[in-house]
Design a protein around this ligand. Structure first.
Ligand code: PGA
Length: 268
């Protein structure tokens, strides 16, 4: 695992967008025709990173023409064109502004007539395109990874999940503060769907993520904090601002800073 500590949310976004652009470009250099498969989150945290990626796309430093995306999750029962659906979020905040081909965008359909089939089809489609190269993730204050709330199986796959009361409270800020408007269920990739990706990049900013970062990095590998599943991943990268690391021990921070000092000249 690597931990990148940046000063603030803005520098986290710049670092992350540049990393993703270099990562995708490097893969295209090696295999120009092979699509790059990118897993994506919604939420407040990745917004700045999406803005930076849009900038890089407009400057011609990265193209999404041969990128296939899979989003992590979607609310169940919210119309696709609802302002708070994750479909709307992704198109408004990212896809409408880049050169991605619409047929390469995959987002779970929370209104599918057969939700279980929808989840299985999603897993099958990820497999059919050769798996996810890089999964960009956020983390919930309770350590959730996608909507894999505490006590979700670390071996879970894409499925229907109930959303915890705490997460509904956290997300009510997007629904005008009205808890009753926040859906109770979601379709979500499983923990194992995420950790199957060849590379993981987890973003965390702000002090309300500090405990999740601590438990994810220093806590036990446990379904109590599903973010801890990244500990068993060979290529996990966590990018935080200074507030999000304030619960980490000095020992952990020293260890990760030392690694970054050694590889500073090469972001790989
Ligand atoms: P946030 O959500 O980026 O809005 O904090 C992250 C998450 O819940 O996974």
């Amino acid at each position: 695992m690597r931990l990148i500590i940046e000063k603030n949310p803005e520098s986290v976004a710049v670092w992350t967008a540049q990393y993703i652009a270099k990562f995708i470009n490097r893969q295209f250099e090696n295999a120009p025709d092979k699509p790059f498969v990118l897993g994506l989150p919604t939420g407040g945290t990745p917004l700045e990173t999406y803005k930076e990626l849009i900038k890089l796309n407009k400057q011609g430093e990265i193209s999404f023409k041969n990128v296939i995306t899979f989003n992590m999750d979607e609310y169940v029962g919210l119309p696709e064109d609802h302002p708070e659906s994750y479909h709307t979020f992704m198109w408004q905040n990212f896809f409408n502004h880049i050169d991605i081909q619409p047929e390469n965008v995959n987002i779970l359909d929370g209104n599918a007539p057969d939700l279980l089939k929808e989840c299985q089809d999603y897993e099958d489609k990820i497999k059919a395109v050769g798996g996810i190269d890089l999964f960009l993730c956020g983390v919930g204050a309770n350590g959730h990874l996608a909507f894999n709330e505490p006590f979700s199986s670390l071996a879970s796959r894409t499925r229907l999940k109930t959303i915890t009361h705490q997460t509904r409270i956290d997300n009510s800020r997007f629904f005008g503060g009205k808890l009753e408007d926040v859906p109770r269920n979601a379709l979500t990739v499983g923990v194992a769907t995420v950790t199957d990706a060849r590379h993981l990049l987890v973003l965390a900013v702000g002090e309300n993520k500090a405990l999740a970062v601590k438990m994810g990095i220093e806590g036990a590998y446990s379904h109590t904090w599903t973010i801890s599943a990244i500990q068993a991943h060979p290529k996990a990268l966590v990018v935080c601002d200074e507030k999000a690391i304030q619960e980490l021990s000095a020992r952990a921070v020293d260890y990760f800073r030392d690694i970054e000092d050694r590889i500073k000249k090469d972001i790989w």
